[in-house]
Design a protein. Structure first.
Length: 446
């Protein structure tokens, strides 16, 4: 098995016990017994090296394994090590770049149809330094100038990881908020530590105001102490989140790392890394309803209306576990509408897997029931492993573009043939397809 030994993975590798030495061992591991792998505090390590890829240069090394089958569109690359975002072709020629003037890359940058970059950046002097912190979201023009900036960063809360622009122009952004040791104990957490549970805010960029909010904290359950809040039967309440599923001394208990918005169903998919799950949340609620257990289109308030990836997270003995730490819940569109791509990092397996899932038409989350979606395609390889970040997108020719965070990018056909690889001295949060005839490229002048 290949181990990607980089300065980003050494700290994590020290925490992981080698549980297998070849592919045959992978087949006999009981995945339901694997523990979650905490992400180190500095999930995205900063580097003061000048941006290495001026326009016209080569971003890294390319390997064509079957050039005839490679998709010929461009790639948007987020390199968090070098604080650098660029568009390149499949020969790794840098065609456009953004030097991030407003702060270090806080994780994701996505290219909008008008050619602007929606960028999660690090705020000035942040104090909540959990892995993946940001604190500031900006809309950047093609030169990297900020046309809009929103800072949400104090001692008590911070933006992190991911954001998505909605069809109405508002922006969904992920947050952490501080909860004291006393609050944690009163809500049934077993360790005597502060907690930093996840939340989601919706911001109107016209007014820079928060117009909607959802919090993990409002939807907890625990079976540890009946004298404390949220006590109940976990397996009988799959709509609630077991606060004690992850025992983490630094207080990062859920470590959500990606979100996706379905405007037709008006729901949010949230990747909960330490739970190895994706949670589905009703966005049709008001903020008050999102803090409650009723209301909204699904009449469950802000409780989970669906969840998948790891039935053991809510003591469900039915259904097969799919994920061992996961990133990027990528909702597909067009003829693939109703499907999702997701990257399972692999945790203690030390081997990553990309899944394409058929999501249910109607959400049904029942106790003691197999609630898992159908797997319609998957890909793994003995050389595919990144313990952090990463993701996958579908290309116009039907291939899959897979970002392996500690390595680079793969292109794989639907028949699982690896046809192209890119690698460089970077740390790759995600990569996205950019079609040659897209409005994005036209707006960039490419």
């Amino acid at each position: 098995m290949k181990l990607h030994i980089t300065k980003f993975s050494l700290a994590l590798l020290a925490l992981i016990s080698i549980s297998c030495t070849d592919e045959s061992n992978l087949e006999i591991i009981d995945e339901t017994e694997l523990t979650e792998v905490p992400v180190p505090i500095n999930e995205v390590e900063n580097d003061t090296t000048p941006n290495p890829n001026p326009i016209g240069s080569i971003a890294g090394t390319v390997e064509f394994l079957n050039k005839d089958l490679v998709d010929n569109n461009y790639v948007l690359v987020n390199d968090a090590k070098n604080n650098f975002v660029y568009v390149m072709d499949k020969n790794a020629n840098v065609l456009h770049q953004w030097n991030l003037k407003g702060g270090d890359l806080g994780n994701d940058c996505s290219l909008l149809k008008n050619g602007k970059l929606l960028a999660m950046l690090e705020s000035d002097n942040p104090t909540l330094l959990l892995g993946g912190f940001g604190g500031k979201i900006e809309l950047l023009d093609k030169f990297g100038n900020a046309e809009w900036s929103f800072v949400h960063s104090t001692d008590d809360y911070i933006l992190h990881h991911d954001a998505e622009m909605m069809p109405n122009g508002n922006i969904l952004i992920m947050t952490w908020e501080r909860r004291s040791k006393e609050e944690a104990s009163n809500n049934g957490y077993q360790l005597n530590v502060e907690l930093f549970p996840d939340g989601i805010i919706e911001v109107d960029p016209n007014t820079s105001t928060i117009v909607w909010e959802w919090k993990v904290w409002d939807h907890l359950i625990q079976d540890h102490d009946e004298s404390k809040l949220n006590f109940g039967n976990i397996s009988e309440n799959p709509q609630l989140i077991n606060i004690n599923y992850t025992q983490n001394e630094n207080g990062d208990i859920t470590h959500a790392n990606g979100l996706a918005y379905d405007d037709e169903k008006d729901v949010i998919y949230l990747s909960a890394n330490f739970y190895s799950e994706v949670w589905v949340i009703d966005h049709s609620t008001t903020t008050d309803q999102a803090a409650a257990h009723s209301g909204g289109n699904y009449q469950k308030g802000g409780d989970l209306i669906y969840r998948f990836g790891n039935p053991s997270a809510y003591n469900n003995t039915m259904g097969e576990r799919l994920f061992n730490n996961n990133h990027y819940p990528n909702l597909l569109s067009g003829e693939d509408k109703g499907k999702m791509l997701i990257f399972s990092n692999g945790g203690a397996l030390e081997q990553s897997t990309v899944y394409e899932l058929q999501l249910p038409l109607d959400f049904n989350l029942s106790p003691n029931t197999n609630n898992e979606p159908n797997v319609i395609w998957s890909f793994t390889d003995k050389d595919l492993y990144s313990p952090k970040v990463s993701g996958a997108v579908k290309l116009t020719n039907g291939n899959y573009l897979i970002t392996e965070g500690d390595f680079g990018i793969w292109e794989v056909t639907s028949s699982k043939e690896v046809v192209w690889k890119f690698y460089a001295d970077g740390f790759f949060w995600r990569s996205y397809n950019v079609s040659l005839n897209s409005t994005e490229l036209k707006a960039l002048g490419l």
